[in-house]
Design a protein around this ligand. Structure first.
Ligand code: ATP
Ligand code: MG
Length: 571
């Protein structure tokens, strides 16, 4: 009796802990809870712990759905006490007034957006909303070697998919004339000069803290060369800020403000050959477009001094520059610079490869924009650089899709099962164990089934298992197919519940993404393809629907011209 009391109490708290933590209860946590309850009744920890551990591992064998169902049955009050959602709202901005905050997201149109950009865009957008302010989308397209026409629209499509709306949109390349005027002002003020030294000499001087002769050319001559840079074919000249060649912050050692890039621009054509650097255009655009709180990633920290110095010298408004850490995910390249070569080398299939953290890759895999937003806000705007696991994004996504996705049967690596005395059935099975509103389907069964080889390997002749939601089967023979015998309908606790299909199945390949890098090394086996049989009704699922194949995982379906395939979302 007392053992039974311990088992019952342990079961309840193991279920509760498992449901709170995605199906896996932590034995230590369960032990703590149960001891707290039962010690008062005179039980000693010594007799409790072994039983609690056994019960916890039994509970961990169940699927999350089954855990929730059981808990709902035996202790519904504990199900309601699922972990309270933490409040992940963003902290207040400094110097911010309602209606007066302006933020901006400034992507370079040189590739598809990834989840790092999503972080920046979501933070910028959310702050503008929080203060009834304005949010600007600005294409930082001042390097014609990088900018490509296709990416302006592609990036906008990606932002729209994320649910981001902007109040204003413009291209930095539309403001080049303004930039030229400000550059001229700096030259006239003797705060900038044209330098014609070669690159290696400039580097050497920066390294040694030495000024070059160009610094002393008089203003008139500097203005003349600047004019030639813009209008004619003078080569190899740059405009530099008169910073401080001995400054400890090397970013201040006369940084380049403009350089010549002879390349047709996707929007401006060959109108300009002199283009501002990020140091110049970033600071100037934030200022003149009215941005009050521009966010940059922490890697630019050393360049902040230059940002403010430029605005000071130009006598234009200085925004409250904000910083957060760059988002990194273990085993994933969260950077356009790293993603591009993977595509060019053919290491991945394209920008929407499901192994990539591009928004297109994530979408294809079945990650929802709401999950990305939740994940980003959970990370917050800390400046601490760290790498998070993709599992955090998966957890955010799972929470959203688990209550709304239909369950179907899918059997990977199938083996035939014949049950000669099986009753003919027309079985109505709910699509979701906890939400009847998701409907049901009726499956006709006869004597032929397919089940997973892996499941069968764990069982031997004479064992009884259950075809999930159907009936029990006793194994009679095992060779290249399984012969079974009908063994009643009654639920037998502890018997394995096996996924199945009838002989009316659809072939379904599911692509499973794994991390692209293990340490620094490219993972050659990062894309796995699983072949299997799905129950017949899966053939009618439309593209983009996410389903759950129980014990396999969530899968996004693509169904084009009757060719169906699946992309593994996560467990
Ligand atoms: P990439 O290496 O991916 O090209 P980038 O910073 O050069 O990165 P941009 O298009 O210039 O890409 O960036 C637009 C905005 O997105 C910038 O404000 C940048 O700071 C931000 N951003 C880019 N990558 C990340 C990231 N991994 N985490 C957070 N913010 C990012
Ligand atoms: Mg960039």
């Amino acid at each position: 009796m007392s053992k039974e009391r311990i088992r019952k109490t342990a079961r309840i708290y193991a279920l509760q802990n498992a449901v709170q933590f995605n199906g896996k209860a932590n034995p230590k946590a369960v032990v703590g809870k149960v001891i707290a309850v039962l010690q008062k009744e005179g039980f000693s920890p010594k007799e409790l712990i072994p039983i609690i551990n056994t019960v916890t591992s039994e509970v961990n064998e169940l699927s999350l759905d089954n855990q929730k169902n059981e808990l709902e049955r035996i202790a519904p009050e504990l199900l309601k006490k699922e972990k309270k959602e933490r409040d992940f709202s963003l902290p207040e901005l400094p110097h911010a007034k309602k209606g007066k905050v302006v933020t901006r997201f400034p992507p370079e149109p040189n590739g598809y957006l990834h989840i790092g950009h999503a972080k920046a865009a979501i933070v910028d957008y959310e702050y503008a909303k929080m203060y009834d302010g304005r949010f600007i989308l600005r294409f930082d397209d001042t390097n014609p070697e990088n900018a490509h026409l296709e990416f302006y629209d592609a990036q906008k499509d990606d932002l729209i998919w994320l649910g981001i709306e902007w109040d204003e949109e413009y291209n930095t390349s539309d403001n080049i004339e303004k930039h030229y005027k400000l550059a001229e002002q700096l030259i006239k003020q003797e705060h900038a000069y044209v330098c014609t030294c070669d690159t290696s000499f400039i580097k050497e001087c920066r390294f040694n803290g030495k000024e070059c002769d160009c610094r002393c050319i008089d203003t008139g001559e500097s203005l003349d060369i600047w004019g030639e840079m813009i209008s004619s074919s003078i080569e190899g000249a740059i405009l530099r800020l008169k910073g401080d060649m001995t400054c400890d912050n090397t970013a201040m050692r006369d940084p380049t403000l403009f350089r010549i890039i002879e390349k047709e621009h996707p929007l401006q054509g060959d109108k300009y050959r002199v283009w501002p650097t990020y140091d110049f255009s970033g600071a100037v655009e934030d200022s003149i477009s009215g941005v009050t709180h521009p966010f940059r990633t922490k890697e630019y920290e050393l360049r902040d001094e230059c940002y403010f110095k430029l605005l000071d010298l130009l006598g234009i408004r200085k925004p409250h520059l904000m910083e957060f850490a760059r988002l990194s995910i273990e085993g994933m390249p969260v950077s356009k610079r790293k993603i591009k070569p993977l595509i060019e080398r053919g290491d991945v299939l394209g920008y929407d490869d499901i192994r990539l953290p591009t928004l297109r890759g994530l979408k294809k895999r079945g990650i929802l924009p709401q999950a990305i937003k939740k994940f980003v806000l959970e990370q917050g705007i800390s400046k601490v650089e760290s790498s998070v696991t993709f599992g955090l994004l998966e957890a955010a996504n799972r929470k959203i899709i688990d209550p709304i996705t239909k369950r179907y049967f899918y059997v990977s690596d199938p083996i035939k099962l014949v049950i000669d005395n099986a009753p003919q059935n027309e079985k109505k099975i709910d699509f979701h164990p906890r939400d009847k509103k998701l409907g049901n389907r009726t499956i006709k069964t006869d004597k032929t089934f397919y089940v997973e080889k892996l499941d069968m390997n764990k069982l031997k002749v004479g064992d009884i298992f259950r075809l999930k939601d159907l009936f029990n089967v006793k194994i009679k023979k095992k060779n290249d197919q399984i012969t079974g015998e009908y063994a009643g309908e009654e639920l037998i606790s502890d018997s394995a519940k096996i996924q199945w299909t009838t002989d009316k199945y659809v072939n379904l390949s599911v692509f499973i993404p794994h991390v692209l890098y293990i340490g620094e090394k490219f993972n050659k086996d990062s894309l796995e393809k699983v072949e299997g049989f799905a129950e017949e009704s899966v053939g009618n699922i439309k593209t983009d629907e996410i389903v759950q194949f129980e014990r396999f995982g969530f899968v996004r379906i693509e169904n084009v011209n009757n060719k169906i395939k699946g992309f593994f979302t996560h467990k």
